[in-house]
Design a protein around this ligand. Structure first.
Ligand code: GLY
Ligand code: MN
Ligand code: MN
Length: 442
């Protein structure tokens, strides 16, 4: 498996994205996007480097301390990157660099400069533009560079420099582009979904009472790695029993107990794209009647949601159907009492279902893109989203004893297609019979 990532997409894909972005800019404007920087973990150790998703989207370049500049003047466009210069000594210690000379060909851009020169080059390159597109508060080191460059240009007007008088945010443009996935992106998301699904299967096969939650986490990370996904897309949740009722439980340090469920929310990052799957299954391989009853309500809601999330529908509208199924289920279980529509109007379900039905998925697990005022944006072909209803019946709630401490979420990733949708994560089992058979084969 090629992990250089640049190999995963042709450089023309990145170039086309830049051209599509440039086409939307006002004439006589400049746009700058900064990379991520290394983040300190402690002392002189760093977290594994993760590129800024926007910068990656436009360049496919995986080094820190870089910037992309696009210029559009009289309808003509120019592109430049700033990057770390080659340095044999530093590269011996800290790893290879692409270097300024190699950058124009490797990244398909017109010009390359050392990042060390950005303070003097950027004011000159920005001169003559009427608007600068920049995203404030995203990469703070970049904000500083932009501020310094604008000040320098203003202070050197007599030397012929001038600062663009208008500052625009490029996020609305790029968020909208990222929301609609290209064929290449779909292929990578499909692979992320497939690998994530295999990891959930492995966790089911490896689960048994008296293993620690983190042992299942490590089984999943192993499966991700084995298939070329070096990292998880987000911190994995492996939550035994009552822990499943803590939505962002990531301690993963408790023993898995006989008779309890385990909820696993974990997905890999493959070539920068995220998978995001949740499965819930019995630690001992056999659902109890109470666990089965709760699970069936969530599964029914999840399957119905997948049927309904098609072009023209909205997450909001589909969540209304999900609420009907859940509230009906909660009444049947004796957890809620009353009439379905009234209980929905009163939000009586909130103690048991307190998050949204799903979110956009892409380079980021909670990907960018407008949802509409009430999550009522109409779905369209090329969007990718999660479908993740859950029920969380904490011990602290006043409900019949058999249901206390049961938390269930079932999460898949879907691509909206011309024909409805395609589930990208279907290789992760979710039918009760299927899960029980797999777990008995271990
Ligand atoms: N894993 C985060 C989420 O499901 O939204
Ligand atoms: Mn998730
Ligand atoms: Mn999710």
């Amino acid at each position: 498996m090629d992990l250089t990532y640049l190999a995963a997409l042709p450089s023309s894909e990145f170039q086309q994205r830049r051209q599509r972005l440039l086409a939307q800019l006002a004439d006589n404007s400049a746009l700058i996007v900064f990379s991520a920087q290394e983040k300190q973990r402690n002392a002189d150790s760093h977290y594994p480097f993760r590129q800024d998703s926007y910068f990656w989207y436009l360049t496919g370049f995986n080094e820190p301390d870089s910037a992309l500049l696009l210029l559009k003047h009289d309808g003509e466009s120019q592109s430049a990157v700033f990057l770390r210069p080659s340095d044999p000594l530093l590269e011996t210690w800290n790893g290879r660099r692409l270097g300024v000379d190699n950058a124009p060909t490797a990244l398909n851009v017109d010009q390359a400069y050392s990042i060390e020169q950005i303070g003097s080059e950027l004011p000159r390159l920005l001169s003559g533009s009427t608007a600068l597109y920049h995203a404030d508060d995203l990469q703070r080191w970049g904000d500083q560079i932009v501020r310094d460059s604008l000040r320098y240009a203003r202070e050197h007007q007599r030397q012929g420099l001038n600062a663009p008088p208008q500052l625009n945010d490029w996020r609305p443009l790029l968020d909208e582009m990222r929301l609609f996935k290209s064929e290449y992106e779909v292929a990578l998301l499909q692979q992320a979904g497939q690998i994530s699904a295999l990891a959930h299967l492995r966790a089911m096969q490896q689960a048994r009472p008296n293993r620690y939650e983190y042992e299942l986490e490590s089984e999943m990370l192993h499966e991700f790695n084995r298939h070329g996904a070096r990292f998880a897309a987000y911190n994995s949740i492996v939550a035994g029993g009552e822990n499943a009722c803590i939505l962002h439980y990531t301690e993963n340090d408790q023993l898995l107990k006989d008779g309890e469920l385990v909820l696993i929310d974990a997905g890999c990052e493959f070539a920068m794209y995220a998978g995001d799957i949740t499965r819930t299954f019995p630690v001992n391989g056999q659902f109890s009647p109470a666990q089965r009853a709760v699970y069936e309500v969530v599964l029914k809601a999840q399957k119905r949601a997948i049927e309904l999330l098609v072009p023209g529908a909205s997450i909001y509208q589909v969540n209304r159907e999900v609420l009907k199924i859940k509230v009906t289920g909660l009444i049947e279980l004796g957890i809620l009492h009353g009439e379905v529509e009234q209980l929905i109007a009163d939000k009586a379900y909130l103690p048991f279902y307190m998050h949204g039905l799903g979110h956009w998925l892409g380079l980021d697990v909670h990907d960018v893109g407008h949802y509409g005022e009430n999550r009522d944006r109409t779905l369209a072909v090329g969007m990718v989203l999660t479908v993740e209803p859950g029920l969380y019946l904490s011990r602290n709630s006043e409900i019949p004893a058999p249901y206390q401490g049961i938390g269930v979420r079932i999460e898949d990733n879907i691509l909206i297609t011309e024909y409805g949708n395609k589930v990208l994560t279907s290789a992760a089992p979710k039918e009760i019979d299927e899960i029980e058979i797999i777990m008995q084969k271990k």
